[in-house]
Design a protein around this ligand. Structure first.
Ligand SMILES: Nc1ncnc2c1ncn2[C@@H]1O[C@H](COP(=O)(O)OP(=O)(O)O)[C@@H](O)[C@H]1O
Ligand SMILES: [Mg+2]
Length: 278
């Protein structure tokens, strides 16, 4: 049984949230569509009237100064933000046409389709092999041969197989920071997601490891939709197709990356990308 079959068999209760036709734009499918999203942490208004469409198999970069709501927005897309008790939201986010903020949408289902990679590599204190096999095992896969296949495929997919294939039983903590981050990406790939969220995935890494992850992202977008928060504007310019500039909880401008960096329409975008603040 492959993981896809296992995922289907996992028997998620059919959700009864509103289903909308999958939106298209410029012949590209919209994976995540955000309409008038507001989010508060208690009385802190962290996201204000966000409207943003994320396209399938593109790299979407989110840039903006510290505290402007980038991580909050990312964590709203997989509903991780709900872990904060004081959070409340208004507005609509659809994932492939289905409203995810609705209570009827099973969060477990969302998390198997929308993987996340964090700023600081966070492998489990387990072997390299077990880090990757963890998700598939949760999905009920016990067959050693299938697990072996998933582990190899995921590690290859994250460009780290050759570096670890002879030490799969060793603890993941023995890897370098850059390797740990690629391992975490491999762990995400092992659950066969559709979207990968990345929150400043290279900010704790040296330039060489950063370069490897950037190359990897270019490969991954053939198969996945990627949303990456980065405070590194050169990185956004290098690897993304579209860029959203956040400021004080608002989206100031969202456009093709080339346009944002060469011909922005808002003065504040221009000031930010030319380094006048932030
Ligand atoms: N768990 C939380 N509880 C209360 N306020 C928070 C929490 N997380 C973030 N915030 C606030 O929300 C705003 C946006 O934060 P964040 O999304 O982390 O910004 P960024 O990722 O752009 O640096 C900030 O004002 C921050 O202080
Ligand atoms: Mg952040």
């Amino acid at each position: 049984m492959s993981l896809s079959v296992a995922k289907e068999k996992t028997n998620f209760k059919m959700d009864t949230s509103v289903v909308r036709p999958t939106a298209m734009h410029e012949n590209r499918k919209i994976v995540f569509d955000t309409k008038d999203l507001n989010l508060w942490y208690g009385s802190t208004h962290a996201l204000k009237d966000i409207n943003l469409s994320v396209y399938e198999k593109e790299v979407t970069a989110i840039i903006g100064p510290s505290g402007c709501g980038k991580s909050t927005y990312l964590k709203t897309l997989n509903r991780m933000v709900e872990l904060v008790p004081s959070v409340h939201t208004s507005g609509i986010i659809t994932y492939n046409g289905r409203e995810i903020l609705s209570k009827n949408f099973k969060v477990e289902e969302l998390r198997t389709s929308v993987g996340m990679v964090f700023q600081k590599p966070n492998p489990f204190p387990k072997s390299i092999y077990d880090n990757i096999a963890y998700g598939p095992r949760i999905h009920g896969i016990r067959n050693k041969k299938i697990l072996d296949e998933i582990v190899e495929k995921s590690l290859r997919g994250a460009f780290i197989w050759d570096e670890v294939k002879d030490r799969l039983k060793e603890n993941a903590y023995g890897l370098s920071g850059g390797q740990q981050q690629r391992l975490c990406i491999a762990r995400t790939l092992a659950i066969e997601p559709d979207v990968i969220l990345m929150d400043e995935p290279t900010s704790a890494l040296d330039p060489k490891s950063t370069h490897k992850i950037e190359d990897l992202i270019q490969e991954l977008k053939q198969d996945y939709s990627i949303i990456i928060v980065t405070h590194n504007m050169q990185q956004a310019a290098r690897i993304s197709d579209r860029t959203a500039f956040f400021l004080n909880g608002e989206v100031v401008e969202y456009d093709k990356t080339d346009t944002i960096f060469t011909n922005p329409s808002d003065r504040r975008t221009e000031d930010y990308i030319s380094g006048r603040f932030g």
